[in-house]
Design a protein around this ligand. Sequence first.
Ligand SMILES: *[C@@H]1O[C@H](CO)[C@@H](O)[C@H](O)[C@H]1NC(C)=O
Ligand SMILES: *[C@@H]1O[C@H](CO)[C@@H](O)[C@H](O)[C@H]1NC(C)=O
Ligand SMILES: *[C@@H]1O[C@H](CO)[C@@H](O)[C@H](O)[C@H]1NC(C)=O
Ligand SMILES: *[C@@H]1O[C@H](CO)[C@@H](O)[C@H](O)[C@H]1NC(C)=O
Length: 277
Amino acid sequence: MHSSSSESKRLVLFPILVVAATQLLLLQSVSSLNLTNAYLHHKCLDREGKYKPGSKYENALTKIIKGFSEDSEGFRTGWRMTAWGKEPNMTAITYFCRTDSRGPKCRSCVATASSELLHKRCPRHRGAVIWYDQCVVDFSTFMTVGMINYDDNFCMSSAKNLSDDSISFTDRLFLLDNLTKLAITEIDKAIKEAKMPVLYAAGEKRFGKTNLYGMVQCSGGLSIKGCEECMTYYMVHFQKCWKRKQGVRVLSATCNFRYELYPFISPKSPYYTKFLK
Ligand SMILES: *[C@@H]1O[C@H](CO)[C@@H](O)[C@H](O)[C@H]1NC(C)=O
Ligand SMILES: *[C@@H]1O[C@H](CO)[C@@H](O)[C@H](O)[C@H]1NC(C)=O
Ligand SMILES: *[C@@H]1O[C@H](CO)[C@@H](O)[C@H](O)[C@H]1NC(C)=O
Ligand SMILES: *[C@@H]1O[C@H](CO)[C@@H](O)[C@H](O)[C@H]1NC(C)=O
């Protein structure tokens, strides 16, 4: 649904401009990149129980969120898990930001997302996840590091079907698979002390007259193997949702992917690849 609504927005933005086809294309891609930080979805996790107002749990949540704002290192690298207390009564918050949105965008996304979860979307829930374009924030009662989340996820596909003669299912799978390979092999330039893979990749490939744009990302809490397993699971799990579709976002609390027929990540951003034929 998202790509159809963004398409209509883009068309409404410039209805009276008479421009050459190339300029129009340019405007469309610029405005689609500027669809800033949209809220996508949230899930309150009843299985992790609730806390009472004024409880230690609530206090810990508020403190962790305040602490984030003083921790610019987390926003620079785009991932953090902070926890208070011990399992099973742990108060933990994990976030990860889309790698092209590290820094100030990550900071503001995490602040908005945490506050939405805490005050509006899932008040008093010990477990909850919220997804924005640029970040994912997860409240939990246990350590999330190294764990693939198979339970909290969703698929948002474009309303439009691909025509039969255009980009095949295999083409799309191959692009996502190749992006995953890059994500687990490219070294993260923001983490200098250790050679860690960036766990993110974006790119595009031309198919005849059409470009396909893709992005994959894992939470910084996953290992290389965990990232690969998470991506593989979600590429299979939601296939019915996107098999025929022009665009999709598949999101979980630990890995995400997206493809579209229009650009949604700047080709000038880091870890972006233009695949040759
Ligand atoms: C998005 O819009 C801002 C101005 O609001 C502009 O400076 C920036 O270049 C745009 N970004 C892209 C990728 O088009
Ligand atoms: C966890 O918290 C619940 C409710 O506050 C309490 O009943 C339980 O004893 C606590 N468990 C541990 C291991 O502290
Ligand atoms: C897309 O294809 C599916 C399955 O073939 C069909 O049920 C659906 O109506 C089509 N949607 C549109 C918008 O054409
Ligand atoms: C990705 O990998 C497959 C083989 O696994 C290959 O055929 C394909 O051309 C590659 N490139 C892209 C951009 O999909």
